[in-house]
Design a protein. Sequence first.
Lengths: 121, 162
Amino acid sequence: MSDRLTNYLRTHRKKTGLSQRDLGRILGYQDEVPVSRHERLHRLPSLRTALGYEIVFQVPISEIFAGLRDAIEQDIEERLSELERGLQERSGRGRHAAATARKLEWISERRTSGTLENSSA
Amino acid sequence: MNEKITRLIAFEVRPRRVAYAAFETPARLLDWGTRSVGPNPTADGRITGILRAYRPSVLVLRGIRPGGRRDNPRTKKILSAIEAEAKRLTVTVAFLTERQLEVFFRQHGRATKHQIAQSLGEWFPELSTLVPPPRKPWQPEHWRTVIFDAVATAVAYVAAAD
């Protein structure tokens, strides 16, 4: 489980001094209810609203929804590893050998570039 | 990929209200606020809600000095209820003495609650608009003072832990 909170909406909003109602209005809602639900994790915002939060706070979505991003990343990495294992089992065989090799190459490249990005961060 | 993040929450207890301040290491103020408390402080889930939302590794409470102004049965009852709830949620509870708090802020030349609140408003600009006005001897405590007491407890605890 990620150490980071699922989202930091409330932290960013309180830093600005905006009320939930102010923020709701800025995002095009009638009242504060959707913002409250997003802050309390009762509901996930739509992509449009999530981008709205990014624009309002001038902070990347991945930082606002840091814990959620970490959880998604973990799921994706696990599924990619599964895919890689499956591809390795059938690599070099059949009509799709070239396509399989390309996919494996991409997974390997992705891992290397990810490592470089992380080490430079 | 991520550095190990530690969160702490400080609660400041008054007979009918509890203020909280949530921090993330190294010194990121996440949230603050107050909650009114009834006779059974943890029954309505308000305190538990804060603890569940922030999943702190440490809960900091200010201890009660025997015979001091905060030494009353209701405050003690609320403190022990919060402590028990934190333990139930496997959150480590730490107590900061009033003396430790006083020593920390005196090092920064701050002795009164108003001076402490002013300092906290400078250190955390998001709190600057909330600094209560200086209290006159005949006035009751401003309702926002308790929030600054919670923030002060958290800050002094982090400084003492360092």
